[in-house]
Design a protein around this ligand. Structure first.
Ligand SMILES: *[C@@H]1O[C@H](CO)[C@@H](O)[C@H](O)[C@H]1NC(C)=O
Length: 521
């Protein structure tokens, strides 16, 4: 045999070895009821990859693919977007307090999910068809955990963010002493007072989770009534073998995770960018001299809803720059659009951030955007608007690869200063280069990893062996309080017994009633 033959044999052998063993092609359902497109993007990439591997994939969501893909079917269930009024209010500078937003977001999420679940399209689908595994898109809608019993198949939970209240579904330990709460941002190491704060926030969270639980339960029992043989809400949660988070440990301080919690941070990011639309490509290629800036408030907030003074300040600032700007703008026309600004209602953000000439990303600081900027090594100017965006942007500043301008202080002077600071100071770009390298350096890509685990659950028929017993324990059991109490009682009884016998022996030896030792001496 000559060298080429051996070479090709090795290639074939490697190829055969790389094929998943024993995974037949399967029918995979993804149930993802949300009004927020950015949450769905990662799941879409995963499903496309599963479809490429010959699985038959069905996506139930409000966001069908723009271009059809073989083996990938969309069940399109549009949901009335009750978030849009809230989003428009943020762009006007309305209240961003978590206490007012949270109940609204929760009830909208619960209603979307309930609506999708009860839609004729979905009901017809599950009446006709069986699935081998279901991927459940999570967003404050815990009652979807009942879908496993409805569909009679194993389920994998996917959440497009990181640390959250579903961390504990599979029993991940909540290390209050050493892991900073999601609301407090990335703190490592924590000082004594950080730990005090962490403790207080975690206590408040217990109350909040109780509230969420009480709101969610009626939806669960409406859709999965016990009379019809469905497991209880608590039991349904316990049956989840695996959860995936769109999050990677380099984005925060290390924390303990079980093997059934898989970090697929950057799942939505393509390792090889798609070709850009021609006009965008030309625009960015032509920015060789000064570079280009990408500006987007994400998939939910509409730039055209910005309060007028803020909008005009941004437009004036951009118009004075030498850089070319791409602005995700949601209407056809932008009043007073400067010549160096190109607008578009939809831009492939991931592919744009991958372009060599993009030097700065002006962003609202949504997790998806922050992750994509991190992956592609683009420093940011953050204008956080609501939810986790304040924290995301604060983390970026702490890590040294961006600056922020709050909505309140947003004006021509502050924005110009922020942009110039990031563009003229190489520190920011250098910093994000290192952080990007750390984020990308993994044994396999997020997409390969997520694909592996979905197929793993398929291969092992639900992979019940992934279940962690810690998830079933109550507070007393988890903290060993019951065991300590039991041992305490035994210890007490033993001491009592020993005392009793010693007294008995003393009585035998001395032959009389026990007396104080001093008298004997
Ligand atoms: C869920 O949706 C159904 C059907 O639209 C409705 O009848 C029911 O009241 C909803 N459940 C809750 C808890 O809102």
């Amino acid at each position: 045999m000559n060298r080429t033959n051996i070479g090709s044999l090795i290639v074939i052998a490697l190829f055969v070895l790389a094929l998943p063993e024993g995974t037949d092609t399967a029918k995979i359902l993804c149930f993802f009821p949300t009004a927020s497109k950015s949450h769905v993007l990662g799941a879409q990439q995963l499903l496309k990859n599963l479809a490429r591997r010959n699985h038959e994939v069905t996506m139930v969501s409000a966001f069908p693919l723009s271009k059809p893909v073989p083996n990938y079917r969309d069940i399109y269930i549009p949901i009335e977007d009750s978030f849009s009024a809230m989003m428009a209010d943020f762009m006007q500078g309305g209240s961003r307090s978590i206490a007012t937003i949270m109940p609204k977001v929760l009830s909208a999420s619960l209603d979307y999910t309930n609506f999708t679940l009860n839609s004729p399209e979905f009901q017809q689908l599950i009446a006709k068809e069986r699935f081998d595994v279901a991927i459940l898109g999570y967003f404050l809608n815990d009652f979807i955990f009942g879908l496993g019993a409805l569909l009679k198949c194993p389920t994998v939970v996917y959440f497009s963010a990181g640390m959250s209240q579903i961390n504990n579904v599979v029993g991940n330990p909540q290390e209050i002493a050493s892991v900073s709460h999601i609301l407090l941002g990335n703190r490592n190491p924590m000082t004594f007072f950080d730990r005090v704060k962490n403790t207080l926030v975690s206590l408040v969270e217990v109350g909040v989770l109780g509230y969420v639980h009480s709101k969610t339960k009626p939806y669960y029992y409406y859709n999965f009534p016990s009379e019809k043989g469905y497991p209880s809400y608590e039991e349904a949660k316990r049956r989840i073998p695996l959860q995936m988070f769109n999050w990677y440990f380099t984005q925060t301080a290390p924390r303990p995770l079980l093997p059934n919690t898989v970090e697929v941070g950057g799942l939505q990011i393509k390792s090889q960018p798609d070709p850009l639309p021609t006009d965008v490509q030309t625009w960015l290629d032509g920015a060789d001299q000064f570079g280009a800036i990408y500006l987007s408030f994400g998939s939910n907030l509409k730039s055209s809803n910005l309060r007028r003074d803020k909008l005009e300040a941004i437009i004036r600032t951009l118009g004075r720059l030498k850089q070319r700007v791409l602005w995700k703008w949601d209407t056809v026309h932008m009043p007073g659009k400067p010549a160096n600004v190109m607008i578009g209602q939809w831009f492939p953000q991931d592919d744009i951030l991958a372009h060599r000439n993009v030097k700065l990303f002006i962003t609202h600081g949504g997790l998806g955007s922050i992750t994509e900027a991190m992956y592609h090594g683009v420093p940011i100017v953050g204008i956080p608007m609501f939810g986790d965006q304040d924290r995301n942007v604060a983390d970026v500043i702490a890590e040294g690869w961006g600056v922020s301008v709050s909505f309140e202080e947003l004006g021509e002077a502050s924005l110009t200063a922020a942009i110039n600071r990031v563009l003229s100071n190489p520190e920011y770009a250098n910093k994000i280069r290192d952080i990007s390298a750390r984020f990308k350096d993994r044994p396999q890509s997020a997409l390969e990893l997520a694909t592996f685990w979905v197929e793993y659950v398929l291969r092992h028929k639900g992979a019940a062996h992934l279940h962690y017993q810690g998830a079933d324990l109550n507070f007393l059991q988890k903290n060993l309080l019951d065991v300590l109490a039991f041992l305490g009682v035994i210890l007490y009884a033993v001491f009592k017994l020993i005392g009793f016998f010693l007294r008995g022996i003393l009585v035998l030896i001395c032959g009389k009633k026990e007396q104080p030792k001093s008298k004997k001496a």
